[in-house]
Write a protein that binds this ligand. Structure first.
Ligand code: KIV
Length: 285
């Protein structure tokens, strides 16, 4: 067997809002809201980061269809497929160590009738997700209802729904007009009535998000929706400051990942070329 390098990053799991060893469930989301405990979520697409997240205090992991952009380099989430989401969900679930994992239902997978939506959800749940996320509500109320009735916890997603990018004419803040704000608030109530356990609010004005949050029993998880939501979610690569290109203004980097990674790569390059890597103790006798 190969000897391992001792990991400089081994650290005890961080404190969690639930008692040690107890995993979050969909029922804990409304409970957290009732107890006025904020919820933290991040996206994750792979095993390595899922292992790290399993050691963190983060409450939940979303295998987002943003995988199509962040991992695969597409310009929108329209390229995510059930197969792609299933593969990422399997990898994350293997590493998540009991963290609550939600998988995104990709573009149109919930718009081709109830039977097709159930098949897609089955593919994601048997890949290791404990819940699915569905964008919007108008026109697929029956699907959400059937998923919930079938014992599949559903998270909603309102405001900027990236799968509707072309209907908006770009990635734009939603709910700026009274009509649009009323529509989003109405959809949030409809989702609560259908039995979803939480709703992601993406890129809506902070006052609207706060108003919607105050009108619901289930928690809102904001991204670009201000501090009035019951929780926050960020794309992991944004949070870690790993973007070389565009980063939206709401995506605060909690680490200078780009500098850290480039510095490590340049040091490796330098030490390979100077002959100082590998050292004798990094080689087999
Ligand atoms: O796919 C995703 O990353 C998402 C988050 C932006 C909430 O849906």
């Amino acid at each position: 067997m190969l000897e391992s390098n001792s990991s400089p990053s081994s650290r005890a799991p961080a404190p969690h809002l639930l008692p040690a060893g107890q995993a979050m469930t969909s029922g804990d989301f409304p409970r957290a809201k009732k107890q006025q405990r904020k919820l933290s979520m991040v996206t994750c697409y792979d095993y390595t980061f899922a292992r790290l997240l399993s050691r963190s205090a983060i409450d939940g992991i979303l295998v987002g269809d943003s995988a199509a952009m962040v991992v695969h380099g597409y310009s929108s989430t329209l390229h995510a497929t059930v197969e792609m989401m299933r593969t990422h969900t399997q990898a994350v679930a293997r590493g998540a160590g009991g963290k609550f994992v939600i998988a995104d239902m990709p573009f149109l997978s919930f718009r081709k009738g109830v039977a097709a939506a159930l098949e897609s959800a089955q593919a994601l749940m048997t890949a290791g997700a404990q819940a699915v996320k569905v964008e919007g509500v108008g026109g697929h109320e029956d699907v959400i209802e059937r998923l919930v009735e079938s014992g599949i916890p559903v998270m909603g997603h309102l405001g900027l729904q990236p799968q509707s990018l072309h209907a908006y004419g770009g990635f734009r803040v939603q709910g700026r007009t009274p009509d649009s704000a009323r529509r989003i608030a109405g959809h949030a109530r409809a989702l609560e009535d259908l039995g979803v356990f939480a709703i992601v609010l993406e890129c809506v004005p902070a006052p609207l998000a706060a108003e919607i949050t105050g009108s619901l029993r289930i928690p809102t998880i904001g991204i670009g929706a201000g501090a009035g939501c019951d929780g926050q979610i960020l794309v992991l690569q944004d949070l870690l400051g790993l973007n070389i290109d565009f980063t939206p203004k709401f995506a605060r980097p909690f680490l200078d990942g780009v500098s850290g990674v480039l510095d490590a790569l340049d040091r490796f390059d330098g030490e390979v070329k100077s002959g100082s890597f590998p050292a004798r103790e990094e080689s087999y006798a």
